[in-house]
Design a protein around this ligand. Structure first.
Ligand SMILES: NC(=O)C1=CN([C@@H]2O[C@H](COP(=O)(O)OP(=O)(O)OC[C@H]3O[C@@H](n4cnc5c(N)ncnc54)[C@H](OP(=O)(O)O)[C@@H]3O)[C@@H](O)[C@H]2O)C=CC1
Ligand SMILES: CC(=O)[C@@H](O)[C@H](O)COP(=O)(O)O
Ligand SMILES: [Mn+2]
Length: 387
């Protein structure tokens, strides 16, 4: 029996994880849940999954929940940073599924590792901001970081325990997002509503915008570097608009293995929680014959975020954390209608290019750099609006 906590249970990945738990009640028990502001959905989740501890962002929502729990009163309700960290280290769980969006997932993930929990990692920003620190701690505490992100699950499945020395390169597939064929002129007129329509996946707002800028793939390149301990020169990105092949591994003998399936996150979540067993969940197989699997080079000029991520990854140290923080601020500003779509990578590049990375940092140093990058990016958003 897997005993899990979910950080971000009310989001896209969190809800999907609970659906997977529904399919395997004898295999997965949900002991603790952390959410942000969606107290109504969290209340429903309490009634259905009967966790022992829950947490919400604001204390007023925690009070509301305590008031509404009725016959579920024995559930402990916490709030804020303290509550999130308590869910991350809740005694009795063996695995924490990290499905918060953004670098907010970093600190609870580190606490979970220090408490000896395995990490089923959807929150890629954790490894982007602090890959070296987090993977070092995981080794030190003897816990696994299990990929949930579809591409990394695909790579993990293709590797299947193979020595990383036999890998020639990892090929991450990218859908290309909704603007793959937009002209530079069209790119200037992209609205939040347009960016929130991913061609293949139903996801939260931030990652959906990241997919549209190709920053999602950039974050995934850095995530792959840390998950699989490979050099950036061995990680490539190819556009595959159908999102049927979730990624590939080319081995030194020239053989290429790919993992395929319908675009449904239930599959990588289920595999992360129940591996090495392959079990029949609710995910349908592909409809054969599968036709028209196509591949293209990413356009690095129209989508500069991808190159920025390689640059940040290669610079190392605090640079990926700075890139990630600036991107979070710029994406939020775009979604709030404050800046245009093409300003997102402009802001990220300006913040990155004003930063001299520091190597081998502590959590405190990374969080400090993250805050400073956010302030700088917010200032650039204001300047951009005043133009
Ligand atoms: N969606 C997908 O298919 C995929 C997502 N990922 C990654 O998984 C992560 C989650 O993505 P996704 O599910 O789409 O995002 P969503 O925006 O749908 O969900 C985010 C979740 O985090 C919660 N949350 C936000 N801030 C806090 C906080 N400070 N404390 C506690 N909880 C918080 C939200 O709560 P609330 O809603 O209650 O405010 C919500 O439950 C991201 O890192 C993303 O890159 C990776 C691969 C695929
Ligand atoms: C489902 C998942 O893993 C997402 O990260 C997805 O890959 C996003 O699609 P893009 O390929 O468009 O970035
Ligand atoms: Mn992905």
């Amino acid at each position: 029996m897997k005993k899990i906590a979910i950080l971000g249970s009310t989001g896209s990945i969190g809800r999907k994880t609970l659906q997977v738990a529904d399919n395997f009640p004898a295999e997965i028990q949900v002991l603790a849940l952390a959410a942000g502001r969606n107290r109504e959905l969290l209340l429903e989740q309490v009634k259905r999954y009967k966790p022992r501890l829950i947490s919400v962002h604001r204390e007023e929502d925690a009070r509301w929940l305590r008031d509404k729990l009725g016959e579920y009163r024995e559930v402990e309700v916490l709030s804020g940073r303290e509550g999130l960290l308590a869910v991350a280290i809740f005694p009795g769980t063996d695995t924490v599924l990290t499905a918060i969006s953004g670098a907010a997932g970093l600190e609870p993930t580190i606490n979970a590792i220090r408490a000896g929990k395995h990490i089923a990692l959807a929150n890629k920003e954790t490894l982007v901001a602090a890959g070296e620190l987090v993977t070092g701690l995981a080794r030190q505490y003897g816990v696994s970081i299990i990929p949930v992100d579809s591409e990394h699950s695909a790579v993990w499945q293709c590797l299947n325990g193979e020595d990383i020395a036999s890998v020639a390169r990892i090929i991450l597939t990218a859908s290309g997002g909704p603007f793959r064929n937009f002209s530079p002129g069209q790119m200037a007129g992209i609205s939040p509503a347009m960016a929130l329509k991913h061609p293949n996946w139903q996801m939260g707002a931030k990652i959906t915008v990241d997919s549209a800028t190709l920053m999602n793939k950039g974050l995934e390149v850095i995530e792959a570097r840390w998950l699989f301990d490979v050099d950036y020169d061995k990680i490539d990105v190819v556009i595959h608009p159908q999102s049927i092949i979730h990624s590939m591994v080319e081995f030194v003998d020239g053989s290429v293995l790919a993992q395929m399936g319908v675009p449904d996150m239930a599959l990588p979540i289920q595999y992360a929680l129940l591996h090495p067993r392959r079990v029949d969940g609710s995910v349908p197989g592909l409809q054969w014959p599968v036709r028209d699997l196509t591949f293209e080079e990413p356009d690095r000029e129209r989508f500069p975020s991808l190159a920025l991520a390689y640059e940040a990854g290669r610079a190392g140290g605090t640079m990926p954390a700075v890139m990630n923080a600036a991107n979070e601020v710029a994406v939020a500003a775009f979604l709030a209608g404050k800046i245009c779509f093409t300003a997102i990578p402009e802001i990220v590049a300006t913040v990155m290019h004003g930063h001299s990375p520091q190597q081998y940092c502590s959590l405190e140093e990374i969080l400090d750099v993250d805050s400073r990058a956010r302030r700088k990016a917010a200032g650039l958003v204001d300047l951009w609006r005043a133009r």
